[in-house]
Design a protein around this ligand. Structure first.
Ligand code: KG4
Ligand code: ZN
Length: 335
């Protein structure tokens, strides 16, 4: 069969990214223009600023991505773009670019859900084996899902409140760390001990759900109480205590699902999968149950367009193409 080259476009938040993916699993070229430094000044992503920055960088990102691959637009078999969920104004820039290229060069257009992108990022590192248990841990998601085949999602559990990445970001803020919080909390936690006694969320054996808002509030309350009493906080210890409890509670539910469903493949997706403590704990867990673990390479864990090109490949094979009425959707979930 002829090799299939898909251009992936991702602009759902604060990264303008494009990639060319060969046969759904090989990244030929990847460009990520991050706006992180600009948003860090405001302590989080400012949607209006994000859209403007996408507009400024999108053509440069396209040129760079084609140049690195030594390819022309005419060499592409499909244009894939994130259409949901995300910031509408940001998504729109990527979608308009994808539609324009598709129309001008008569190349099929494929819409990709951002979370499916995170899941299929695994194919760029280790091809996904089915059935797999998928753990999705990002800024907006904490889910446990069984996948028996491509685009087949049986949801076991979700977060009842905050997503884990969101909790990391809020804890970072109360500890006075810069945006994006997750990696900075992780760095600080490495220097600390699990000293503070924080409540462990949802340890029940009856559900696969998560909850992080109680844990987040405990950290905020502890910081405020100590401040009021003029007691100094050891920030590294607090970061470590938060991280230990948050990750242990995830491991507990992953273990429960692996045991109860006797699954032998585990894949991890989303920004928090870049966390080395989570990766370490998952490694220990899979050894115990003789499970095959796949975590994307760090570059494919956080937002990037390679994952969008990878997620588009099964849709390309099924000829699931979009027309030019495609619009962004801020909250649409795949499961
Ligand atoms: O998947 P992602 O790039 O964007 C969403 O689709 O939400 O995830 C971003 C989230 C942020 O909350 C960020 O703080 C968190 O992932 N994150 C981390 C790490 N790297 C990114 N959290 C903990 N440890 C990390 N190393
Ligand atoms: Zn993401």
């Amino acid at each position: 069969m002829k090799d299939i080259f898909i251009l992936g476009i991702e602009s759902s938040c604060d990264e303008t990214s494009m990639a060319i993916i060969k046969n759904g699993k090989e990244c030929v070229s990847l460009t990520i223009a991050t706006q992180m430094e600009i948003h860090a000044k405001y302590g989080g992503v400012v949607p209006e600023v994000a859209s403007r920055m996408h507009t400024e960088s999108i053509t440069l990102v396209l040129e760079e991505t084609l140049k690195k691959a030594n390819m022309k637009i005419q060499d592409l078999d499909a244009i894939a773009v994130t259409y949901a969920p995300g910031l509408v104004g940001s998504l729109l820039i990527g979608i308009e670019c994808a539609k324009t290229l598709s129309y001008l060069f008569d190349i099929p257009l494929i819409k990709v859900n951002h979370i499916a992108g995170h899941i299929y990022a695994n194919n760029l590192t280790n091809p996904i084996n089915y059935p797999s248990l998928a753990l999705i841990v990002s800024g907006g998601h904490s889910d446990l899902v069984i996948m028996k085949k491509d685009y087949d999602f049986q949801v076991l559990g979700k977060t009842l409140d905050d997503a884990i990445g969101e909790a990391y970001d809020k804890v970072a803020r109360v500890l006075g760390l810069n945006y994006p919080g997750g990696p900075n909390v992780e760095k600080l936690a490495k220097k600390g001990k699990n000293f503070y006694n924080l409540p462990i969320p949802l340890l029940d054996d009856d559900s696969y759900n998560f909850s992080f808002s109680g844990l987040k509030s405990s950290v905020i309350n502890l910081v405020n109480n100590y401040k009021m009493k003029n007691i100094k906080i050891n920030k590294s210890d607090l970061a470590c205590s938060f991280q230990t409890v948050a990750i242990k509670s995830i491991i507990k539910k992953v273990e429960l699902a692996l045991k109860n469903y006797n699954l032998k493949n585990l894949i991890v997706a989303g920004g928090v999968s870049a966390n080395s403590f989570l990766r370490e704990e998952l490694n220990n867990l899979v050894k115990k149950y003789d499970v095959n673990l796949s975590v994307p390479d760090i570059i494919y864990c956080t937002d990037n367009a390679a994952m969008i090109g990878a997620a588009a490949y099964p849709l390309f094979l099924k000829k699931e193409f979009s027309d030019f009425s495609l619009n962004p959707q801020s909250r649409l979930e795949i499961f």
